[in-house]
Design a protein around this ligand. Structure first.
Ligand code: IMP
Ligand code: MG
Length: 178
């Protein structure tokens, strides 16, 4: 895989440090609350696994799987639920855990859907944000790093379902995207 990488944006060490900071902040903010982390499959799995380990207060986890009807590298905002939550979230303080906030369409759809189920609160924690592209659709409450407006892979993020297992975040060489 390494021969396909053009540049590394964030190393494994930088990611670990950032995830720990986010976990500390969440542990403080959600003290005494009924916290549930909702991971958006599949991109959030590595982030979710590290984030939950860095949270020091009790929390539950669940996952949703959605597919957007976009092309390879951008999303359309039309979202189909492939896997829903296992249980009723009424009264829970939810944090939606996402790999990357790009147009915000996926998260905005998800948040609005989950809001109809009467949770106590919903906030959003994303590892990455593309500030150049972000519309006003939605804002992250917790955000790790900004990335430039390029298609990034690694640490859960894929290109055509590959590269999720890279331990860092980077970009692929142009010829790979063709
Ligand atoms: P949005 O709805 O435009 O915010 O797109 C969010 C989803 O698109 C993310 O959950 C990712 O699955 C995917 N995505 C957006 N940008 C990238 C990227 O640079 N690399 C990999 N996946 C991306
Ligand atoms: Mg995703």
């Amino acid at each position: 895989m390494m021969q396909d990488i053009k540049a590394v944006f964030y190393s494994q060490e930088q990611i670990q440090e950032k995830v720990q900071e986010l976990g500390n902040q969440i542990s403080e903010d959600y003290k005494g609350k009924k916290l549930m982390l909702v991971g958006v499959l599949k991109g959030s799995v590595l982030f979710m696994a590290d984030l939950m380990r860095s949270i020091t207060i009790p929390c539950e986890i669940d996952f949703m799987s959605v597919s957007s009807y976009g092309d390879d590298t951008s999303s359309s905002g039309r979202v189909r639920i492939l896997k829903d939550l296992d249980k009723d979230i009424a009264g829970y303080d939810l944090i939606i855990v996402e790999d990357i906030l790009d147009s915000g369409k996926t998260l905005s759809y998800l948040k609005n859907l989950l809001l109809t189920r009467n949770p106590a609160s919903i906030s959003i924690c994303t590892l990455l944000e593309k500030p150049e592209r972000k519309s006003s659709a939605i804002n992250a409450d917790y955000s790790g790093f900004d990335v430039p407006n390029e298609f990034v892979v690694g640490y859960g993020l894929d290109y055509a379902q590959k590269y999720r297992n890279l331990p860092f975040i980077g970009v692929l060489k142009e010829e790979i995207y063709k």
